[in-house]
Design a protein around this ligand. Sequence first.
Ligand code: PFF
Length: 466
Amino acid sequence: MNEISQPTAQQGGRHGNPLWSSRLAFILAATGSAVGLGNIWKFPYITGEYGGGAFVLVYLLCIALIGVPILIAEVMLGRRGRRSPLHTMATLAREDGCSAHWLLLGGMGMLAGWLILSFYSVIGGWSLAYVGNAVSGQFAGADANQIGTLFGDMLARPATLLGWHSLFMLVVIAIVCRGLKSGMEKAINLLMPLLFLLLLVMVGYAMSTPGFEQATSFLFNPDFSKLTTEAVLTALGHAFFTLSLASGAMMAYGSFLPKEYSVTGTAVTIAIVDTVVALLAGLAIFPLVFSNGLEVAAGPGLIFQTLPLAFGQMPFGILFGSLFFALLLIAAITSAISMLEPAVEWLEERQQGNRLRAALIAGIAVWTLGIVNALSFNLLGDVHPLGFLTAFEGKTIFDLLDYLTANIMLPLGGLLMAVYAGWAMSAQALAQALSLQPGMLFNTLRFVLRFISPVLVLVVFINQLV
Ligand code: PFF
């Protein structure tokens, strides 16, 4: 590891280190990271697949008992270290007198962020393509066959998929290479309000459709007979994914958080906004699905195949279809920049602050792995790397990376982060890093970090193995 300077992990920030301009800027950036394809694409389709309300309830429990405490821990660690996740963990381990191996936790987070972005940007590319499809009226009056062909054709053509994936990565690199203030903050300040506005417009539209009631009862009436072990693991993995935990993103964003803002309050706000957005996305999508008598358990194709069919049959479908896919694209971009940032921050530290070069190297590395992911929908569709194991049977490279990151790397990273904050750091160090007085709130949080979050993650893991 290249130790350029050895800043102490005091909370004042390292020399020349930019910080978010305000608490709101950090909240917008962190919610921008959290609110993404996970909320608008993945949450509705897994909820549809695992039967609705009961799954939503487990997911909410995972967010509250596991997600929020770990989010607090991750942002706190980032702010203490004030460097890229890998260097942050190395610095903190030294200061806290712990094993130097803790740097692997930062490294694993950065690796997870990099792997996720490599397939995330392929779906980001689909969103770009679908903005075009919606605006040009391709869904209007189309039947299931035509919509299916539109999606199938896109997936089947390697050049098309690679083109959209490349364009998406280009946008992400262009934002990140400009740095914190003039790149990320500027883009986020513009995109996030737009995202909230578009979401509200979509929910308003969905409320006017006949399927709205059926959708609310689907989302909020739990049917526990549909709750399987797999559903619980999926809910847990998704809680990590949707809060961008253990992927370096929140630690990197935390490294720019000024000392005077409360980590706990901010983390709770982020988790609430993220959860509300996921539920609103469900309320925007399922009414359209029910109103048109379509299949809720359509899987990953739910918003790319089922929804366009609904838009094609509804009044003002072109307008609302375009708005919906613009919303999806914005959500994807603000998340993707947070996934690239940890690696860029790390390379920047190694290269004496050359941000443009760092962003290009990190971006091209992600783009290259993304090619393999894009091709796993066509040319590499028959490649199932771990297919000899029953758990991975039939999984393409894309499916495998999604599974390995969300269901294994993120929960494992989160578990270790809770262990670091709860066990490796002294109570005094933790209280100081969170600017909390010893008392009820602090004691509860520390107890949850020491016992509840890690044990729950372990139980779900072991259950899966059994
Ligand atoms: N939270 C994002 C979503 O729900 O789409 C995904 C994500 C962003 C995962 C950033 C990991 C990350 F570092």
